[in-house]
Design a protein around this ligand. Structure first.
Ligand code: TYM
Length: 332
């Protein structure tokens, strides 16, 4: 079976709809025909200001949401990045074949460093994409299911894999991004030309998996639309309505055209009400199961420790090859 790798940062108390639609909802069916490896990337989460007191809890909450959404820790490998030392070890080697200019061109780095300013922007934030490349290449992953915002990082990963292979001998599988076209980007409900993101200025456009039903419904009912009153998909002219239609289409499994036809003739209020129900019927079981899992943190930690053992075995075998090719002694 082809290997798949993906991960999310434990940087909030809940995953949001963008994470679910752009990534997690695709991860679940892909377990069927892949050796699937899903990681909670806590080493990435410390590249921006964070609270040590809440990081471990957020790591558990993130892992619990993976399982609650349908990731099966028996069939797939589910683990926390910092528990497997090879990620940081391979990152070091890859950082020495990454161009400074190449890393400087990463748009996510440019955005984030602008947001935080030069004093808060760290070298860790700069080398973030190299750690991400290490995550993927360690497992010889062929496929990486992510949202559109990660495309450039995967392009860098491919370049590093090819560069290493040609300089030191074929070692890595060159991975392909797996980005679902329509669902690749979920937009902010208040600002529907910007991606839905936990770091948006206002919270009103962000739907969290673990939020209360009432909070989520209110945000959907207040979503920004437009004045023409017509329910139709047009990303340019009608970004708000198009975003609502896309989300409804993904969550219902119907095409965007079918959703638009279903609500055509009605007002935006009906579309929003229907969407609120769909979102709740998707989120409610995930929320419930997440809370059950969090009620037994020791069991959750056991699941993650077992996942880390399995991941470590695969990772060490790649790292050993890398060390040998570079001319390092075999690590202990
Ligand atoms: P992160 O934690 O920001 O986001 C996790 C996943 O959610 C997707 N996503 C979205 N998809 C659609 N619409 C949105 N508004 C939206 N917001 C987020 C992201 O594309 C991502 O798939 N660098 C990664 C984490 C990472 C990783 C990896 C991913 C580290 N190592 C190796 C894959 C493979 C990140 O910050 O994701």
């Amino acid at each position: 079976k082809p290997v798949l790798f993906s991960g999310m940062q434990p940087s909030a108390d809940s995953l949001h709809l963008g994470n679910f639609v752009g990534a997690l909802s695709n991860w679940v069916p892909m377990q069927e025909d892949h050796t699937a490896i899903y990681c909670v990337v806590d080493q990435h989460a410390i590249t921006v200001p964070f609270e040590p007191a809440s990081l471990l809890e957020r790591t558990r909450v993130t892992a619990a949401q993976y399982i609650a959404a349908g990731i099966d820790p028996e069939r797939s490998i589910l683990f926390v990045q910092s528990a497997v030392p090879a990620h940081a070890q391979l990152q070091w080697v890859l950082s020495t074949i990454t161009g400074f200019g190449e890393a400087s061109r990463m748009t996510q780095f440019k955005d984030k460093s602008q947001r935080y300013g030069t004093d808060t922007t760290t070298v860790g934030l700069f080398t973030y994409p190299v750690l991400m490349a290490a995550d993927i290449l360690l497992y010889q992953a062929a496929s990486v299911p992510v949202g559109e915002d990660q495309r450039q990082h995967i392009e860098l990963t491919r370049n590093l894999a090819e560069r290493f292979n040609s300089r030191f001998g074929t070692t890595f599988v060159v991975p392909e991004p797996h980005i679902m076209k329509e669902t690749a980007k979920v937009y902010d409900l208040q600002n529907p030309t910007a991606k839905m993101s936990k770091s948006a200025e206002s919270d009103a456009g962000l739907l969290r998996l673990l939020d209360d039903e009432k909070v989520t419904r209110k945000k959907i009912m207040r979503a920004v639309t437009d004045a023409d009153g017509e329910i139709r998909f047009d990303r340019e002219a009608k970004p708000g309505v198009s975003n609502l239609l896309t989300i409804a289409s993904v969550l219902s499994g119907s095409t965007i055209d079918d959703v638009a036809a279903q609500y055509a003739g009605g007002g935006y209020g009906d579309l929003k009400k229907g969407l609120a129900e769909l979102v709740e019927s998707t989120f409610a079981p995930i929320r419930e199961r997440t809370n059950e899992l969090l009620a037994d943190p020791a069991e959750l930690d056991r699941i993650l420790a077992r996942g880390a053992e399995r991941a470590n075995e695969l990772a060490v075998s790649t790292l050993d090859q890398v060390y040998e090719r570079v001319g390092f002694p075999k690590p202990i």
